[in-house]
Design a protein around this ligand. Structure first.
Ligand code: MN
Ligand code: MN
Length: 463
């Protein structure tokens, strides 16, 4: 007869960390993998930069541009660049396309401060850019930190000018003012959400007048004259621009053991990078593989570069037809991992989590059956059979995984791209990395969780 402890081991679901469950060699591999990831983070702070950087990585691995309608054959490694803002990479497998496509879909946009169309003004010997925040942010977190400007300006003649200011060590950075505590008594009485308002998120741009001879808007003139000198732009060009302020910090190891990484934009590059590299590294799989790097997830996945855009089903249909398959059959047999982050349990904020069902740092990739809020509204809620299949796939490569949901019931919630893919009749479940301080200007993840996520996506590509 078995002892109670033997029986517990056999019958209970117990969560253990990657450190407890894997070898030192596996942990070392995780640390090595994070080196490339940190480089990716620093080079890809906006969705456009993520597309460019991902294409560079893919081209080095032999991927070539794809045009709609192109003929395809087994062994092809291709990418479709959707307007420089979202990216679809795919490899054509040797098996029948009607067996379906293995799709990993992450997003490459992150919360940030976008410039308004008429951003520049001067007030009280300072010049500022007015911003409109993008995605879910805690506004007060964006004051008094070094910010960089990233983006593009399209001139009247169609020239596209890339702008990056604040990343080079010799560059200046930008800044959002806050009130000193001495005069902050009224502010301190407000709620955190109201303490800094959207219209106060104005980016400090300059303070030296262009000239003292002429009066009025001389500091504003300084800003536009410097931009004109460097980029050839005028104030009207801001209207055909996409400029954003993002944290100027680089990705760095956090903690004495260097086991965590701090960075802007882990959500969702921490899933985009493993989704991308797993498809590249498993390009010889018998399955046809696709990696989707979508834009606009943080604001609802709408529009040309969002996951809801018809370009995604169009691409699947084009691939199906080019390989002699029925598009409806291909979709019905395709499988998808919606690669997105989840909130890691934080002992400093115990009251918002239900510990039994919250992912913990260092306990591996997180499998999220459903997202949504208020009684699971707005989620595709993956089926038991699909999750069962995925469990067996991850087990083949000893992937350490855990499960969870986003905090306590009715405290809030959130969504991912999963439902838009599931709505197309493609099996989909959320899988990703647990994050501490999600959506903050500087977020934290664990290197071992990142690597288990890469292993999970790789197993999904392979088996
Ligand atoms: Mn996300
Ligand atoms: Mn997010």
């Amino acid at each position: 007869m078995k002892t109670a402890s033997e029986l517990k081991n056999e019958l209970f679901y117990t969560k253990k960390s990657v450190y407890e469950l894997t070898s030192e060699e596996n942990v070392n591999k995780a640390f090595d993998y994070a080196v490339g990831y940190k480089k990716y983070l620093d080079n890809a702070k906006t969705e456009r930069e993520a597309v460019t950087t991902s294409i560079e990585i893919a081209e080095k691995a032999g991927f070539k541009p794809y045009t709609l309608g192109q003929s395809l054959s087994a062994g092809d490694k291709l990418y479709y660049n959707n307007r420089g803002k979202s990216l679809f990479l795919f490899t054509v497998g040797s098996e029948s396309i009607e067996n379906g496509i293995r799709i990993s879909a992450a997003h490459i946009d992150s919360p940030r401060l976008d410039f308004k169309p008429c951003p520049l003004y001067e007030d009280s010997r300072m010049s500022f850019f007015k911003t409109h925040y993008y995605g879910g942010i805690k506004k007060y977190q964006w004051t008094t930190i070094p910010l960089a400007i990233h983006g593009v300006v399209t001139l009247k003649d169609g020239t596209n000018i890339n702008v990056t200011i604040g990343e080079d060590e010799n560059d200046p950075v930008f800044y959002i003012n806050d009130i000193l505590p001495h005069l902050g008594q009224n502010q301190a009485k407000k709620t955190l959400g109201e303490a800094i308002e959207g219209e106060q998120l104005n980016l400090f741009a300059a303070s030296r007048p262009y000239s003292t001879e002429d009066e009025g808007d001389q500091i504003k003139l300084t800003v536009i004259a410097l931009l004109n000198e460097k980029y050839g732009i005028t104030e009207t060009d801001f209207i055909s621009a996409e400029l954003s302020a993002v944290p100027a910090e680089k990705a760095r190891d956090i903690g004495l053991d260097r086991a965590a990484v701090g960075s802007y934009g882990h959500d969702d590059r921490v899933c985009a990078y493993p989704a991308l590299t797993s498809v590249i590294d498993n390009a010889d799989s018998a399955h046809t593989l696709m990696c989707v790097l979508a834009d606009k997830e943080e604001i609802g996945s709408d529009g040309l570069s969002g996951m809801q855009c018809e370009i995604f089903p169009d691409l699947i249909d084009e691939i199906a037809k080019a390989l002699g398959g029925d598009p409806a059959v291909v979709r019905a047999n395709s499988k998808c991992l919606s690669a997105d982050v989840s909130a890691a349990y934080d002992p400093n904020f115990k009251d918002v989590f239900e510990k039994r069902n919250t992912p913990e740092l260092s306990c591996g990739v997180v499998l999220i059956k459903y997202t949504g809020s208020r009684g699971k509204a707005g989620t595709s809620d993956a089926g038991a059979e699909y999750i069962g299949w995925l469990r067996s796939v991850m087990e083949k490569d000893n992937v350490v995984w855990q499960t969870g949901e986003l905090g306590k019931i009715d405290l809030g919630g959130g969504g991912t791209v999963a439902k838009y893919i599931a709505n197309l009749n493609i099996e989909t479940v959320d899988l990703g990395v647990p994050v501490i301080s999600m959506h903050a200007p500087y977020e934290l993840i664990s290197k071992v969780d990142l690597y288990e996520t890469y292993k999970a996506f790789s197993a999904f590509c392979k088996y």
